[in-house]
Every structure is written in C-alpha cells, then in structure tokens.
Ligand binder design. Sequence first.
Ligand SMILES: Cc1cc2nc3c(=O)[nH]c(=O)nc-3n(C[C@H](O)[C@H](O)[C@H](O)COP(=O)(O)OP(=O)(O)OC[C@H]3O[C@@H](n4cnc5c(N)ncnc54)[C@H](O)[C@@H]3O)c2cc1C
Length: 454
Amino acid sequence: MVMGEVPEEVDIAIVGGGVGGYTAAIRAAELGKSVVLIEKEKLGGHCLNYACIPSKTLIHISNIAYEAAHSEKFGINVENVSIDAKKMLEWRVGVSSRLEKGVAFLCKQNKIDVLKGSATFISRNRVQVTDGTEVIFKKAIIATGSEPSVLKGMEFNGNNIIDYKQALLLDRIPKSMAIIGAGYVSVEIGTLYAKLGSKVNIIARSDVLSKFDSEAVSIVKKHMLNLGIIIHTNANAKGYSDGKLTLDDGSVIEADILVVAVGLKPYTEGLEIENAGVALNDKGFIETGHELKTSNADIYAIGDVIGEPMLAHKAIRQGVVAAENASGLNSAYDNVVVPAVIFSDPEIAIAGSIQESDGIKLKKFPLSALGRGIALDSTDGFAKIAYDSDNTVMGIELVSPDANALIAECALAIEMGANLEDIADTIHPHPTFSESIEEAAEAALGRPINFFYG
Ligand SMILES: Cc1cc2nc3c(=O)[nH]c(=O)nc-3n(C[C@H](O)[C@H](O)[C@H](O)COP(=O)(O)OP(=O)(O)OC[C@H]3O[C@@H](n4cnc5c(N)ncnc54)[C@H](O)[C@@H]3O)c2cc1C
C-alpha cells in the first residue's frame, strides 16, 4: 500500500480463489455482502488449472486413443493411431483457461472485488496483499488449498523429477515414466500415460490404493497390468539419475520422467496466520469446528487446508457453509457422506461405508449379469450395497463405467436415509449401469432378478 492510501473495508475477505474460495465468494455476494477475493495465481485454483479438470480431460483423451486402437472386437479397425501431444496439451490448457475466465466472469457479475496477489494476515482483522492493497475485514475465509509433498532425496527439479501439475502439462508422451506413490493420483496419471503409450512403473510402499476395498482394487489392478503397467509393491525408491530409478531391492527401472506423487500437504505458506490468531493442528492443517470457524471466531477455513478428505466437492460445500455463516446465517457442514471417485479403469466410486460388521450386511451385483455391461464389453465390476438390520442403506460402492455420475444417486439416497426398498422400487432406466444399483438392492432384499445367487 502506498503511504496514506486508505485500506479497503469489506464484510468478507476470502483468501484463495480455488473451487472452495470462489464458491464462498459467490455465495456471500448473493447474500448481499461486500466481498474481496484474493488469489495469487489463477482463479479456479488447483482443481480447475492443475488437478481435477486437467487430469480428467487427459484421461478422456487417453481413453479415446486407447479405444480407437483396441476396438477390433466391435468390427472397428483403426490403423496407425497417432497422438499429437502438443495439440492434446493445447486442448487441456484451453479447457482450464475457459473455466478460469468463467470464474472471473461470475465474480464480475456478482460484484466481487478480485485482487491479484498473495495475502498475508497482519492482524486479527487485516490482510496485506502483494498488489499493495490492505484489506480490513469483518469476517474472513481461508481457502488456500494444498501443495504436493516433497520426497527427501528426490526433490522436484522442474525437468525430469516432477509433481502432478507438471505431469499434467507435458507436451510430449514420455517413452517411460515412473511414479512414486500409490494413491489415486498415481493410478490416474499412470493409467492415462500407459494408454497414450508410455511404459509406466508405479512404486508403492505397500500396494496401490491400499486404503480402498481390495475387491474393487483387484479389478483395477488387473486392468493396469493389462495395460503393461508394472506395480512394484512393498518397494521404496532409493535414487534417480540419468533416467534410471533404483529401488531398495536393487532393481533398476528406466524412467525418462519421474513423477513424485506421495501426497498433499496443507498450504499456509506466507499467510502468517499466527498474526490473526488462527491455530494449526499438529499436521499443519487449520483447525476448525462445526461451523468451519477457526480459533479466531471471525475467520473461517475450508477445503484442503483444513484436512481430509481433500476433494473439490468437499471444498465447494464447505465454501457455501462458511459463506452463509460469515454472512450471519446458521449453516452447518454436517453432510452424512462425501462421495469419492477414482477415475481409474474401471472407475471406483464410493458413498458411505461398505465395511461389513455387526449388524451391517453387504450384497453385490456383478456387471457380468447386466445387459449394458455385456453390450459394452465392460463386465469387470459390480455394485455393492451395505445395509443395516432395518434395511437402511449405509454405503454403496460402484466399480463400473459411469460410476462418477451414478454415485450421486447413492449419496442422495444415503443423505435422505433411504432403505433398500426405496432403491429397489425406484425405476432405473434400461439399459444402463444404474440398474446395477437397483439389482444389488433387490438381491439384498432376497428377490434378485438378473443374477442367480444360489
Ligand atoms: C492430480 C489431482 C487430481 C485431483 N482430482 C480430483 C477430482 O477428480 N475430484 C476431486 O474432488 N478432487 C480432486 N483433487 C483434489 C482437488 O484438487 C482439491 O481437493 C481442491 O482443489 C481443493 O480446493 P481448495 O479450494 O481447497 O484449494 P485449491 O483449489 O488448491 O485453491 C487454493 C488457491 O489458494 C491460492 N492461495 C494460496 N495461498 C494464497 C495466499 N496467501 N494468497 C492468495 N492466494 C493464495 C492458490 O494459488 C490456489 O489457487 C485432485 C487433486 C490432484 C492433485
């Protein structure tokens, strides 16, 4: 700020213009508040520019390329499928740029003041922005997201040791790629590059997707192996040089590119939140209570920076709740389920819990018994439903094409306290993968139609 310049006074200052932050800004503006949204990089944050949207754009493209080259069984013979990686990148960047502009448009229409710069808290109710503006706020919302964790000895060099952002910005298809880490990010990136023709190795400290249902993961692993992906289980990387990655068992892997995807950590760098009296927990996430309030009652925090699950749709919902609370409404983040989707091949999607335990039973319907599955040659997968002694649905897991969209029905069912009859008696359109959910509910009720359980 130039000496003597008057600080900007607003009802609500939002730090971070990612999916959580810009959603909060729009909701607060709708409620009639004056809003400043401070973003140091790109509106839309990681999700729109570097993570969710770019990865799903490239996964879609890789599926087209792969399907084109592997559709002989359907009577389609395509020879010499070639990939123009520069054009592919152009499309991927264009998608993010269009969405970023869309967010800027929405901010403008909602009269949100967008400040381009990095924000630092200088007191409990003031932030200094690197564009020179000082903002005095009545309420603030912190939505600064996360950043990739660094692996000691294999620090990112921007060249051949890269993070997920750079892996989704390559203008060439690497001949070989090794990925350290075995979460959904590794599986998605590994699968997409394998489909584009890279030789992919994944180094997993235990196994890929070890926190997910092993029955679902075994199907995804089978498909990864069919794509030629080598999964090194119970392995650790020891060193990387001259395009060669050495593992602790002495084996050496060729890798033009090494992607380190060992997790995300909260991003609070430069915020100096201690000046605002905002506390962190022992893992570095901002601590919040039920209303998403931090230890400073006038400051809320949302999204990745407050912890798991680090998912865009969680950040978006929290953005709405925090904006409503900061605007004087009484809103709670009390969702029963946060659905999760892995865009693997096939996709895995989960809503609620599918743990079998005392009083909780499971029923599974296989895609091999579904007309749509057979027609599309997508019979590896299932719908699994968990229910209690009152037949209340506790969780649903889908391993299936379209699982990304179908899981919303499952989340809605659980949020509304649906029971098995509600799902079984709802007419699901034929022939679709959604019928697998209905069939699983029917089977759980002891009245299966399209599968003989014996
Ligand atoms: C490869 C990958 C794929 C993913 N795919 C999915 C998916 O398919 N679906 C899903 O739900 N989730 C996905 N995620 C997770 C998702 O990206 C995050 O959960 C989501 O982006 C979190 O949103 P956010 O608003 O909390 O933070 P972000 O989107 O990270 O936004 C934070 C913003 O704050 C800004 N900022 C930080 N500090 C300051 C400061 N001091 N001043 C000003 N601005 C600041 C940053 O520049 C950034 O733009 C994926 C993650 C990865 C890594």
